[in-house]
Design a protein around this ligand. Structure first.
Ligand code: MF3
Ligand code: CO
Length: 260
């Protein structure tokens, strides 16, 4: 595991700020009729104009700035000309390199009205992310983070995806350790100040495996059930978890509990 000095974590906040700006620009464009390719252009524009570069584009041949994963697609959907439709969910995952450091973030959005159980899936997945983040404190173990995520998900009767995991992040956007969204509390490596993790629960409404389509990327649930994905880049610090990709605010009480 690569531990970052405080100055490096500040540099990662700068990368995270650009990355977040890209996601917020995409968010402002979400509407029925908009294509995921158009959303990709919006994000890429923000990143390039901020002096950053898209982290995903070209990574092992991935062709785009965003992963846009619709409905039953868990992760790694490729932007294309399909317009968003009322009732869709879309996971927007974006990564940025800025001044030598990476940031990684994802959220799943509802386009218009969605079924109640899918709404609960989105809320639960985001809540599981924050439960995991809360455990990312020095002295805890990685399994504490994983188990906290899994507990929240399974209490709602949903299914934690096993095929993909979170990861360390820094000068490259995939570093050790892997961060599974399932596991046992009290196990795994001890978390130390300076460790930066991309924590990213991926959840389906019921038990399923996840497959990869012939394009080599798009990863839907095997049964076709809906899925959701939320991700933050989080530093373990002496003062507890610091969400580098969180909305920046000066107001009191807007910490881990509320997130962004
Ligand atoms: N957030 C995802 C990840 O960390 C996105 C990777 S997309 C890829 O693994 F194309 F770059 F692989
Ligand atoms: Co990631």
């Amino acid at each position: 595991m690569i531990l970052k000095r405080p100055g490096e974590i500040d540099a990662m906040v700068d990368a995270a700020r650009v990355n977040r700006a890209a996601l917020e620009a995409v968010e402002a464009h979400l509407a029925p009729g908009v294509t995921t390719a158009e959303l990709n252009d919006v994000a890429e524009d923000v990143i390039l104009r901020s002096g950053g570069s898209p982290a995903f584009k070209g990574y092992r041949g991935f062709p785009a700035t965003l992963c846009t994963s619709l409905n039953e697609v868990v992760v790694h959907g490729i932007p294309d000309d399909r317009p968003l439709q009322e009732g869709d969910t879309v996971s927007i995952d974006v990564g940025t390199f800025y001044k030598g450091y990476a940031a990684d973030m994802a959220k799943t959005y509802a386009i218009g009205a969605i079924p109640d159980d899918v709404q609960r899936l989105l809320e639960t997945t985001e809540r599981s992310l924050y439960a995991g983040i809360e455990r990312a404190t020095p002295g805890n173990r990685l399994g504490d983070v994983s188990a906290a995520i899994q507990d929240v998900v399974e209490q709602e009767g949903f299914w934690v995806v096993r095929e993909f995991v979170g990861h360390g992040i820094g000068r490259t956007f995939h570093e050790p350790p892997d961060v599974p969204n399932f596991g046992r509390a009290g196990t795994g490596p001890v978390l130390r100040p300076g460790l930066v993790l991309a924590i990213e629960p991926m959840v389906a409404t019921s038990r399923t495996s996840v497959v990869v389509l012939d394009d080599g990327w798009t990863a839907p649930t095997e049964t076709g059930v809906p899925s959701a994905h939320f991700e933050h880049t989080v530093a373990v610090t002496e003062d507890g978890p610091r969400i580098l990709t969180a909305k920046e605010t000066t107001s009191i009480g807007e910490g881990v509990a509320h997130g962004a």
